[in-house]
Design a protein around this ligand. Structure first.
Ligand code: G4F
Length: 334
């Protein structure tokens, strides 16, 4: 009989790649989505459109323990990947209460439901490099102290400790993946990488004149989401639960990302990018760089896609998307 997996946030970037990966491994894939997503699949489920007939979706909310409990009780998963969260750092400054409540309670609800109904189910928590924030050392590893700089980062530190506590207090096979920034053509448009690649494609095609951004000097360790979901699965296949940093070990500035993206479409970025103070954060994480050597040593994980490949993959995907949109409009007119 195939193993059952339950993914919260199945309709997000990571949920979509993870679902594809687990379907290929023969898992029966169940996912949690908000009711509104089921009512409007065109807008909410575009990332998993191509596998909708292969996965089973359940409506539930991170804000409701009974709704999560019911799905866990019904599915009885062998593995659970808890990816759902309010994950946009900037927004967490605007509504810190909802980010903190949803992210911390949501994680607690999923952990508790698993403890009550399927205590043998392996659990993965999507921890984040935002937990390191104003990091005390570089590169950051599993022993680097946390100094979160946003309500989002604080909520992830709490989720990490909850996961650790359920492991230590109740014996759950619970792991945290401290994932550094991971991107792809399925990234949300609010994140800086997608905002840049989307704008570079639009400007190239004459659909847009400028791109407004905040801090261009911030540096991140950017990897490819498709590589990172494999690490999530590998963590849960080990003999004992543990926490792992997943990163590329390289750091690049937002400016470098822009340069490469605009180079890909043959444009000089300086003519189009405008720095807008409004887009600066009240507290910034200036630089992140991860040390993934524990994951590499323990289960042989390392990133496959490098920085340049990632940027060009994203820009080319956005160019292609706009070209197809234009073609669809022309075809509709004919
Ligand atoms: O793309 P970002 O919004 O990602 P951020 O804040 O690093 O967080 C992402 O990665 C985390 C992993 O460490 C996840 F946990 C989290 O959920 C999310 O996926 O911003 C990256 C950098 C920041 O320093 C920001 O100040 O880009 C800078 N930036 C400059 N201009 C901008 C902009 N970010 C955004 N979103 N929009 C701008 O216009």
């Amino acid at each position: 009989m195939s193993k059952k997996v339950f993914i919260t946030g199945i309709d997000g970037q990571d949920g979509s790649y993870l679902s594809e990966f687990l379907l290929n491994k023969g898992y029966e894939v169940h996912g949690m989505v908000r009711r509104v997503s089921l009512e409007d699949p065109e807008h909410h489920l575009w990332r998993i459109k191509h596998i909708l007939d292969k996965v089973k979706l359940h409506a539930a909310s991170l804000e409701s323990y009974p709704s999560i409990f019911k799905v866990v009780e019904q599915v009885k998963p062998d593995e659970c990947y808890h990816l759902a969260a309010q994950s946009f750092v900037s927004y967490s400054f605007e509504d810190e209460f909802s980010t903190i409540n949803t992210n911390i309670n949501g994680t607690h609800f999923v952990l508790s439901a698993i403890k009550e109904k399927v205590p043998k189910c392996k659990f993965y928590f999507a921890a984040s490099s935002e937990q390191f924030g104003m990091a005390k050392e570089s590169p950051q590893n599993e022993n680097t102290p946390f100094h979160p700089r946003s309500p989002y980062g604080i909520s992830k530190v709490a989720g990490f400790h909850l996961t650790q506590n359920y492991r230590e207090a109740y014996g759950l096979f619970a792991c945290s993946g401290l994932l550094f920034n991971h991107e792809s053509p399925r990234r949300g448009f609010e994140f800086v990488t997608r905002k840049i690649t989307n704008a570079a494609a639009e400007i190239k095609l004459g659909l847009k004149a400028e791109l407004r951004l905040g801090n261009l000097d911030a540096k991140r360790d950017w990897g490819f989401a498709g590589d990172y979901v494999e690490a999530m699965w590998m963590m849960l296949q080990q003999d004992a639960p543990d926490d792992y940093v997943i990163a590329t070990g390289e750091t690049h500035s937002v400016k470098e990302f822009i340069e490469l993206a605009f180079d890909t479409v043959g444009l000089d970025w300086k003519k189009y990018v405008i720095v807008d103070d409004v887009l600066y954060r009240p507290a910034e994480v200036f630089i992140l760089k991860g040390d993934y050597s524990k994951a590499e040593k323990k289960f042989g994980w390392k990133p496959k896609v490098n920085f340049k490949e990632l940027v060009t993959m994203m820009v080319n995907a956005d160019l292609e998307r706009f070209k197809n949109m234009k073609k669809d409009i022309c075809d509709a007119k004919d």
